[in-house]
Design a protein around this ligand. Structure first.
Ligand SMILES: [Fe+2]
Ligand SMILES: [Fe+2]
Length: 369
């Protein structure tokens, strides 16, 4: 059904660029596509098209065999810098026709409307509004030298499915973190407070890296493996950069659809990293598995039951710790000891009990320095 909508809509696009948007054939194909679209929107509230790498993801699952018309759509959208289109229930024929004409035109940009949302690749850092009400938790120590957090920010801003990842930059960041460790024994002094909402993604990435390296070092990881787990931790949530910022910025509880959408970030991240040259395989594994749990539950669902990689288990603890230690718009930050108690409680279910032990012990040692 989606395929036939796309194929007829694309025929309308071709005729539109060949003749004009008012040509009879465009009208006829447009009407046909519109009727299929309405049937689709009876089943689900929206039709969500997203381009990730070479794939077209429709309502969260990759659409296989999209044919020449589908590929043509991808190419045209991408040329205009669009990687996401949401068509909402209630869309009018005029809106759809305007969208078709936008895709067909070489010079015009594709304009969104009330029921058709178009977006550029959502590299959400930088373009975000800094929320005035959201202030730093002043009790948190100063964190890593801000120049290091800035580097992570630059790196995140450069992430795009169309660009190679800056691997040298990534390694530099990780090596720098490791060196900082050697100078500062109190791990909590290295964790940066989130100063504003827009900073959350890269501050979180920085903190998760610090906390993962801290665990890995205490376990005796060295050299390449230490570096790779640092890179993996830095990129664990990279899939979130391909999600809509409205969703990630929401300040109220998410509905079912939105929750399932967010839960796709491990898959988006892993797919993105798997295609990048020079990215350690460990980074792809960790991106995919960091929301799995030790007991085999968690998400993504299809990876459930698989044994979670030790490095993913390390990052999962770091991720949980930082997420609860950070103030978010919908809840306050927890105290360190409260978070540690929660981690302890979930040893054996969410987390590897051996790693929990090690984390608590190393944390205690660092805190008593
Ligand atoms: Fe995550
Ligand atoms: Fe995370």
């Amino acid at each position: 059904m989606v395929r036939s909508f796309l194929s007829i809509a694309m025929s309308a696009v071709s005729n539109c660029s060949l003749y004009s948007k008012d040509h009879a054939s465009v009208e006829e194909l447009g009407r046909k596509a519109f009727s299929i679209l309405n049937t689709l929107l009876e089943e689900s509230e929206r039709l969500e098209l997203m381009i990730v790498g070479e794939d077209l993801i429709v309502n969260k699952s990759p659409l296989k065999d999209i044919g020449i018309q589908g590929k043509n759509l991808l190419k045209r959208l991408r040329k205009k810098g669009i990687t996401r289109v949401d068509i909402l229930r209630g869309v009018s024929y005029a809106e759809m026709k305007q969208w078709i004409a936008g895709i067909a035109s070489v010079h015009e940009e594709i304009k969104g409307s009330a029921h058709i949302k178009v977006g550029t690749v959502d590299v959400r850092i930088g373009g975000l509004r800094v929320d005035g009400e959201f202030v730093a938790d002043m009790a948190v120590p100063p964190g890593l030298p801000s120049v290091q957090v800035e580097k992570v920010k630059d790196l995140y801003q450069g992430v795009s499915p169309f660009k190679k990842l800056n691997m040298t930059g990534l390694e530099d960041i990780v090596v720098n973190f490791i060196l900082t460790f050697k100078r500062e024994v109190n791990i909590l002094k290295l964790i940066s407070p989130v100063k504003s909402y827009s900073e959350y993604t890269y501050t979180h990435a920085t903190n998760v890296t610090v906390l993962s390296l801290f665990q890995a070092e205490s376990l005796g990881f060295k050299d390449d493996l230490l570096r790779d787990i640092g890179i993996a931790a830095l990129l664990h949530d990279v899939g979130k950069l391909f999600m809509s910022k409205e969703l990630l910025e929401k300040k109220v509880a998410l509905d079912e659809w939105e929750r399932s959408e967010i839960r796709l970030h491990p898959v988006y991240g892993a797919k993105f990293l798997a295609k990048m040259d020079g990215v350690p395989r460990l980074a792809t594994i960790v991106a995919m598995e960091h929301h799995l749990r030790y007991d085999g539950t968690g998400y993504p669902v299809y990876a459930m039951g698989k044994k979670q990689h030790l490095c993913s288990q390390i990052v999962a603890i770091a991720d949980f710790f930082d997420a609860l230690r950070s103030q978010r718009p919908y809840r306050k930050a927890l105290e360190v000891k409260e978070v540690l108690a929660l981690i302890k409680k979930d040893a054996g279910s969410a987390f590897n009990p051996f790693l929990v032990d090690n984390f608590l012990r190393s944390m205690q040692a660092a805190l008593s320095e």
